[in-house]
Design a protein around this ligand. Sequence first.
Ligand SMILES: [Mg+2]
Length: 264
Amino acid sequence: MATNVEPAPESTLPYPPIHKDKKFVVLSDWDGTITTRDSNDYMTDNLGFGAEKRRQGNLDILAGKTTFRDEFRRMLQSVVENGHTFEECKEVLKKNISLDPGFKDFYRYCKEHDIPIVIISSGMAPLIRAVLSNLIGEEDAKEIEIVSNDVDIHPDGTWEIKYRHPTSGYGHDKSQAILPYRDLPDPPTVFFFGDGVSDMSAARHADVLYVKQKEGGDNDLAAFCRRENIPHILFEDFGHALRSVSAIVEGKKSVKDALAEGRA
Ligand SMILES: [Mg+2]
């Protein structure tokens, strides 16, 4: 598939080795997908310049008026400008971010069926690690790899996001986590889960794209997929997603049929 016409952006951060010899691999967005709400939205709304500006920023990204990289940096900068340290943000998020109600069962199923789960996030690794350990426990959290952005914390206590792909308008071009699987001699089926503008770079490249749809939520990825005619499966939570994924894994349903149904 020659859909990726842009040259691959250089990564400033390492990748974990890809999972060779697996039949299935789960790659998933973190914020608002594995968690019920987006931690960066939460910080921007409550500690930064507020929900209204943040929402407009996401709509501008969706409309192509600005890039995710530049707008997301602006959102996080508003948190720093209000004097919030990175450690303070971590504590606030540990208190306020919760797990998708079906994720633990989904995680168990994947573990039992030798399906790796890798988090592919535009968030910052230390925040994701802290919240993930808090939600599923240190032991399970250690087994989940994270491919994300990072943070630079300055001596004066201010901080800024460190992008994995600073030359890409996505900041973290999530397709770069999927494409190496395509080059394997016997590639696995790649399931990708996402919900928002940060997943636009991945949307075209997964074998099976699951798009989380939340009542009263922003649902920007669903809007993007509709507009761009990208086949996808809507899901409410990982409990619903598990029914769809397990049917494919156990050979009860083909990927084609699952995508044609369009809903988990
Ligand atoms: Mg998200």
